[in-house]
Unconditional design. Structure first.
Length: 230
């Protein structure tokens, strides 16, 4: 992992982050002075569980996995992050070590926004504080939804929900979903073993509800899949 300059416009990138979209140009400029670029190659670790956070990250491009290792040695994926997402804000405020590790699933470019820069702007502009609270509340809502899904939904229901997560009720009848990463990582994200995940995909394929081609999954009838196993 490296920290160096790519010639990107840090101020422009920060200005497009929803968290910062009410800040003035001067405030963005001050934040940019406390921001550095971080390059991560596929497989690189950004931080380990137990490391002390000094700020939080914005993913410019690439893909990052947040995970921890169980006492038995198995990996549990907490989240898979894509372009434009931020992570690490909550633990930064808690002044406690990271509870997960972050690893690049693809070559990635990130911005690291220093905690000191954020605290200075929070003192100067309470609107940023409200934005950060709203963002962290949304994360908590997603976390509770995940726990509810693990507790109340079958593995099949979780996978169907994942495949249709970005599909609205009035969406087109046929869609193609491209899995963002390998099946093992997604299975862990859904609290399933890779074997269970693969069995369910195979079962849905046998029923004609999906057709799997590597990471591309063809769904010929969205409504039929949506109402399967309900």
């Amino acid at each position: 992992m490296q920290s160096h300059q790519h010639g990107i416009n840090i101020e422009a990138l920060l200005a497009h982050v929803p968290l910062f979209n009410e800040l003035t140009a001067d405030e963005i400029r001050r934040l940019a002075r406390g921001t550095r670029e971080v390059s991560a190659g596929r497989g690189d670790i950004l931080f380990h569980k137990g490391d002390t956070p000094t700020g939080f990250h914005l993913l410019v491009y690439g893909q990052i996995k947040l995970a921890f290792t169980s006492p038995q040695g198995g990996e549990k994926v907490v989240d898979i992050l894509g372009q434009g997402q931020t992570f690490g804000e909550a633990v930064m405020f808690m002044e406690k070590p990271y509870m997960v590790y972050a690893q690049a699933l693809a070559d990635s470019l990130l911005l690291h926004i220093a905690k000191t820069a954020i605290l200075d702007e929070l003192d100067a502009d309470p609107r940023l504080g409200r934005k950060m609270i709203a963002g962290l509340s949304m994360r908590l809502h997603h976390l509770i939804t995940d726990v509810e899904s693990y507790s109340l939904h079958s593995g099949r229901q979780r996978i169907i929900g994942y495949l249709l997560r970005e599909t609205l009720d009035d969406a087109e009848k046929t869609i193609i979903v491209t899995l963002p990463t390998n099946k093992g990582v997604i299975a862990s994200r859904l609290n399933l073993t890779q074997e269970h995940f693969s069995r369910i995909l195979h079962d849905l394929s046998q029923k004609g509800l999906i057709a799997v081609e590597g990471r591309r999954i063809h769904i010929p009838d969205v409504e039929k899949l949506r109402h399967h196993d309900q």
